[in-house]
Design a protein around this ligand. Sequence first.
Ligand code: PBG
Length: 327
Amino acid sequence: MSGFPIVRPRRLRMTPALRSLAAETAIKKEKLIQPYFAVEGSKQVQEISTLPGIYRYSVDELVKQVEKDLKSGIKNHILFGLPEAKDERASGVSGKKSLIFRALSTLKKQFGDEVVLIPDLCLCAYTSHGHCGLLSSGGEILNDETNAVLARAAVSYAEAGADIIAPSDMMDGRVLAIRNALDAAGKKNTPIMSYSVKYASAFYGPFREAAHSAPASGDRKSHQMDIRNAREAVLEAYQDAAEGADILMVKPAMPYLDVIAELKKQMVLPLAAYQVSGEYAALAFAARAGAADLRAVALESLTAITRAGAEIILSYFTRQLHAEKWM
Ligand code: PBG
């Protein structure tokens, strides 16, 4: 036996080429999804104070932005509709006249199969009270009644040209309700990416500002998951898989790497993670204050989410990563 030490992990760290050869994890650019916010009107490109570098677009401007993004290699687009008119029944969530329907059909007509269009499906941006479901007279979020509205909206999105439906509401049984409705409408090949494991997180703050979707009173704790629970995440994931989900998602991402890793072990469906608005804002504002190198912390966070087991990542960094050739 020769002298100390025989094992020298540093040997494989001596040059960039050796480090790349030995690296276990790589972010895959083609598996990133860029979020977009659509608003009414025309020629609208609105800054969002809580999300530096992210904008709200009217449909005409949205088309231009998606075209630019496509040129830099972004194919996957998740869309949030932010209509002006809201009511108690979330009427604006579906139908040919709805903002999201017009956004989807315009983009699909323009870009065809070059783009993967993923409408987020939830009632919170469409209800006057800002809750993710219909309310009873006593203020309870009604699960099964909400599922019926979501299922109708899913069909409407599929007819408008959605490539994947992404329910983010966290009602029980909504994946099955949506699957059944899609199948009955002849959309049996439209996949569902379920926000299966969505926590009642404080990291959605900047998004709610962007979407004006904060609940007028109360919170989302009666449907989104308790942040203290990890085993329950497995129950949610199994449930969605059994109901016909095609992709499972964990949200937020960075504070829940343990949950991503556990689902990677237990589940066999493709696994996505959403690096949410508060995660993005924390890094973007830290960089603005001179406390972080934006490119480095963005790539490190995306690498960590990948290393934990996420194959698909929804991230507000997608555009910069592509446009500025961060990798
Ligand atoms: C809609 C929805 C939210 C997010 C995605 N879909 C907000 C919420 O649940 O309050 C958050 C995304 C983000 O923070 O980037 N329900």
